[in-house]
Design a protein around this ligand. Structure first.
Ligand code: CU
Length: 158
């Protein structure tokens, strides 16, 4: 069977791209510990501020044996509570987040934390590491209204 030269190159390029994408996915999962967020339960959005652990947002010793700390975060239009958090460098942190109003998105720059924050749901991100001292910006990545672009907080590793 005769295959046209350009068609052959196109097939090779397509095959190479697919293999490359599969390799990139494997490197993300194995090398960088990328994983889907796990369901950590439900919560009544109206009772968030009086329900543990969200009645005390911020950094606490973890209740999970695999983690050093729990970072408890509440999302609301258009801010995060707390707006500034301090974590020890090198700590293995579990993030627990929920929303009291609309759907938000939690993206902690330079970490693996990237999760939807949905009213009624508790979002959990496991194995968040702060290997270098500095400021890690926390952004909302789900459009949530006119001040969405100002919805930021920071985690300071020191
Ligand atoms: Cu937003």
């Amino acid at each position: 069977m005769e295959i046209d030269r350009y068609e052959r190159w196109f097939m090779i390029a397509t095959f190479t791209f697919i293999i490359g994408a599969a390799l990139a996915l494997m490197i993300s999962v194995v090398g960088h510990h990328a994983s889907l967020a796990e369901s950590a339960g439900t919560i009544n959005p109206e009772d968030v501020r009086t329900t543990a652990p969200f009645d005390a947002p911020g950094l606490h010793p973890s209740t999970d044996p695999d983690h050093d700390y729990d970072l408890v975060i509440i999302a609301q239009t258009w801010s995060w509570t707390p707006e500034e958090m301090v974590v020890p460098v090198g700590a293995n942190v579990r993030i627990l987040a929920t929303s009291v109003d609309v759907v938000h998105g939690l993206k902690l720059k330079d970490t693996n934390a990237n999760v939807m924050v949905i009213p009624g749901q508790i979002s959990e991100v496991r194995d968040v590491h702060f290997d270098e001292a500095g400021t890690y910006w926390l952004f909302c990545h789900e459009y949530c209204g006119i001040q969405h672009h100002n919805m930021a907080a920071r985690v300071i590793a020191e």
